[in-house]
Design a protein around this ligand. Structure first.
Ligand code: FES
Length: 544
């Protein structure tokens, strides 16, 4: 589709070339005020366009103009309607310039349109690029947006508004990672890595919504009531829960007003491997960054992910969770601390779900943060001791599909938990017990011949400043195809960096830095063709 001509503003007619120099078979390249422009004479009509192909910048003056006024760039065969600039085959449209012949010369209007017009055009083009998962074009359009004076936040707002109902299962890591990428971008000075971060934020959203239809949310409104909301979540009634959220926002409530109920809902079960609590933290940050106009799309997408979340505490392996939570002593609730023996990470490392839950319960009288540090140190030791053969093997059962992200999630969940409990301390018991489930579930996949202290020494981070610089370089130039993997590098590294900044005991600090150091050295096996085939044959072979 052609762009609307960029005609607003005051024309700047510039003498480009003598009229008689232009021949049908001899296009001319000129440089006017820093702009590279190609001039063509086509069936008596003078036409001008940017000489730099919008794909990769090769000179269009070297292209081929056919009888239908279609200009082909010979480098990659993109084709443009030279009268309108519309791309017939390819991606980005071509800028064309108004032309007039006067005083024996060709004159071009080279004025640049107002910034607002260029921003709107870049945003529209970004929509197209995302719809086609054209990552290079996403980067170009974001760069154009920046040149016109806009920030990637503008693009992200539009992307979330345009995609939140196209996430079939609700919020994914894409929105969460968008927050993390922009937070990383905030810390960088170089134009290139900053654009890379912004691009990654949008690329992941495009990946997760590629060719997805819209799955509309209920538009009804119901007066906000936290108990009704919890009941709607418990019965997996998305429409009812959405109506309550709609009603809450319509009556002027904001995220901060709803957050207690949302966090309660996120921790009501050992949900979906901790995703819902992790996502809630990113929703809050995105709203803080992007504004309240995103409350509704973000909360609805988050809600859907919660509705569809697997309640893993209902699985046999984790059923003891409810019992442990019920047994959490009331006297140990925050504010009534009754210090007893504080279990250290040794009490959790390598232990079964049952034993980790028991050890956590035994430490319930301590300050929750102390128990948290011990569980986080155990989680970090587990990542350090993970036997990678489990991630690589091809002959395991579905139940043992375990990979690096199973271990990194313990750290990112723990980080989100600490953030949330700083706001709502009464959530510590269920949060700590769920963190205990992470620790216990991963115990079965450790290298029995690798001691934690050996692994910590191997992956120790002696110079944190240099480590963080290296980590950022690795993350920004990740070279990994599936966006979920660099997103987890980024989120785990960011969680550990923030944990260190918030304060950790020496043991937890050392182990967590070493753990993320190891994670950043992993070469992810992104797909499992053999394992998938093995499991399919095993499963189908037993079908009745
Ligand atoms: S540079 Fe023109 S099509 Fe690639």
């Amino acid at each position: 589709m052609p762009d609307k001509p960029l005609t607003s503003g005051v024309a700047e007619w510039t003498r480009a070339v003598e009229l008689d120099r232009l021949q049908p078979s001899r296009p001319i390249a000129v440089k006017l005020g820093g702009k590279h422009i190609a001039l063509f004479l086509h069936q008596g009509e003078i036409l001008a366009c940017n000489n730099r192909c919008p794909h990769e910048g090769y000179p269009l003056v070297e292209g081929v103009l056919d009888a239908d006024c279609v200009l082909t760039c010979n480098w990659h065969n993109w084709k443009f309607d030279l009268k309108t600039g519309a791309t017939i085959y390819g991606g980005d449209n071509l800028r064309i310039y108004p032309v007039k012949a006067e005083d024996g010369a060709v004159w071009l209007d080279t004025h640049d349109p107002p910034a607002a017009e260029r921003i709107e055009r870049a945003l529209q083009h970004l929509d197209q690029a995302m719809a086609e998962y054209d990552t290079a074009r996403i980067a170009r359009e974001l760069a154009r947006l920046g040149t016109a004076g806009a920030t990637p936040e503008l693009a992200l707002v539009r992307a979330i508004q345009g995609t939140h109902a196209r996430l079939r299962d609700g919020m994914t890591h894409a929105y969460a990672a968008a927050d993390a990428w922009l937070r990383l971008r905030d810390t960088l000075a170089g134009e290139t890595p900053r654009l890379a971060c912004a691009t990654e934020a949008l690329v992941y959203i495009a990946f997760d919504t590629l060719r997805e239809k819209t799955y509309p949310f209920a538009a009804e409104r119901a007066p906000w009531n936290a108990e009704d909301f919890a009941a709607a979540i418990e019965s997996q009634d998305e429409d009812r829960a959405a109506a309550l959220l709609n009603g809450a926002l319509a009556q002027g409530l904001h995220f901060a007003d709803l957050e207690p109920a949302l966090a309660e809902a996120a921790l009501a079960h050992y949900n979906d491997f901790g995703h819902t609590l992790i996502y809630l933290m990113h929703v809050r940050r995105l709203i803080e960054r992007l504004g309240t106009e995103l409350e509704k799309p973000l909360l609805l997408a988050w809600l859907r992910s919660l509705i569809f979340a697997t309640r893993e505490d209902l699985l046999p392996d984790f059923r003891r969770y409810a019992e442990a939570f019920a047994a959490w002593p009331a006297s140990a609730r925050p504010g009534n601390a009754n210090p007893g023996m504080l279990p250290g990470p040794d009490a959790f490392e390598g232990q079964s779900v049952r034993d980790v839950l028991n050890a956590t319960l035994a430490g319930a009288g301590n300050a929750p943060l102390d128990l948290y540090f011990a569980l986080m140190e155990a989680s970090a030791r587990h990542l350090l001791r993970f036997d990678e053969r489990h991630a690589l093997r091809t002959d395991n059962s579905v139940a043992n599909n375990v990979g690096w992200l199973d271990f990194s999630h313990a750290l990112t969940f723990g980080h989100a938990l600490r953030q949330q409990c700083a706001r709502q301390p009464h959530l510590w018991p269920q949060g700590l017990l769920q963190l205990a489930l992470f620790v216990g579930r991963n115990s079965g996949y450790l290298d029995p011949n690798l001691a934690a202290q050996t692994a910590i020494r191997e992956w120790a981070v002696p110079d944190e400043t240099a480590f963080h610089e290296r980590a950022i370089a690795t993350i920004v130039d990740h070279g990994v195809g599936l966006p979920i993997f660099p997103a987890h590098w980024l989120k785990t590294w960011g969680a550990v960096r923030d944990e260190v900044a918030a304060g950790l005991p020496a043991g937890a600090r050392t182990a967590m830095l070493a753990a993320v150091n190891r994670l950043l050295a992993v070469r992810f096996k992104q797909r499992h063709a053999l394992r998938t085939a093995h499991q399919a044959l095993g499963f189908v072979g037993k079908e009745d």
